[in-house]
Write a protein that binds this ligand. Structure first.
Ligand SMILES: [Ca+2]
Ligand SMILES: [Ca+2]
Length: 236
């Protein structure tokens, strides 16, 4: 009888342990490689923000992303054509990084900056308008990261279209798909990246650098003929 009770108890414990192994929490919209995730400090209990609609601009161009998590400023010393921040990894592994609202990053000078949400009133994301960055208009030699998740209701061929001032690196689902170390004024659709996105969540992260003058970017996600992707939502 005692043996039976012991076995029953063991079975109950096993059931509890198995039962506790639930899937990834719903607050984790995208997942990096397991190793990278384990090395990251636990993100604050960030509530997933969204869903948000993409927006149109005054020319009826569709699909601009206006809701972003943004962090910075980081240093971008030097002058065109070789500001040094562009190839400096300030996230301890840019490609593997998983941003979170409220998560902190320590800068090289030991001070901290925090990921925080910004809702742009315009398709352009003008960094000098983002209060938590604390940038002056025209501030020189700085750099920021911006991120969001795109949720698709079904598999789709889309185009990620980017305009930037100045240059940028772009990662989709931890893969570098664009790197433009340029100095220019931003315009709509300066680069177009055709990409197949599956149903579900996809992490978008862009690092935009600044030498001087205006400092902004715009990004839209559209069908190959430039229309809104049906059912697409933005999360932070
Ligand atoms: Ca400079
Ligand atoms: Ca500039």
């Amino acid at each position: 009888m005692r043996v039976c009770i012991t076995i029953l108890c063991l079975a109950a414990v096993c059931a509890l342990v198995v039962g506790c192994e639930s899937p990834a929490p719903a607050t984790q919209p995208a997942k990096g490689p397991a190793v990278a995730a384990a090395e990251k400090p636990a993100a604050p209990a960030a509530k997933k923000l969204g869903p948000y609609e993409t927006v149109s601009n005054w020319l009826d161009e569709e699909g601009f992303i206006a809701d972003w998590l943004v962090i910075g400023p980081f240093p971008n010393p030097g002058d065109r054509p070789d500001n040094k921040g562009f190839d400096t990894d300030y996230l301890g592994g840019e490609a593997d990084y998983v941003p979170a609202n409220g998560a902190e990053v320590v800068k090289p000078d030991g001070t901290k900056v925090t990921w925080a949400q910004y809702k742009s009133p315009d398709p352009e994301i003008n960094f000098s308008s983002i209060e938590h960055l604390g940038l002056e208009y025209g501030q020189e030699d700085v750099l920021t990261y911006s991120a969001c998740w795109l949720e698709l209701t079904e598999d789709a061929d889309v185009e990620i279209r980017v305009g930037s001032d100045d240059g940028y690196k772009l990662w989709i689902d931890h893969k570098l798909i664009g790197s433009e170390h340029v100095y220019r004024a931003a315009a709509t659709d300066q680069e177009v990246y055709p990409i197949k996105l599956s149903k579900g969540m996809h992490l978008v992260m862009i690092k935009v650098d600044q030498d001087w003058g205006e400092y902004e970017f715009m990004m839209r996600v559209v069908t190959p003929d430039g229309k809104t992707v049906p059912g697409i939502k933005v999360w932070n």
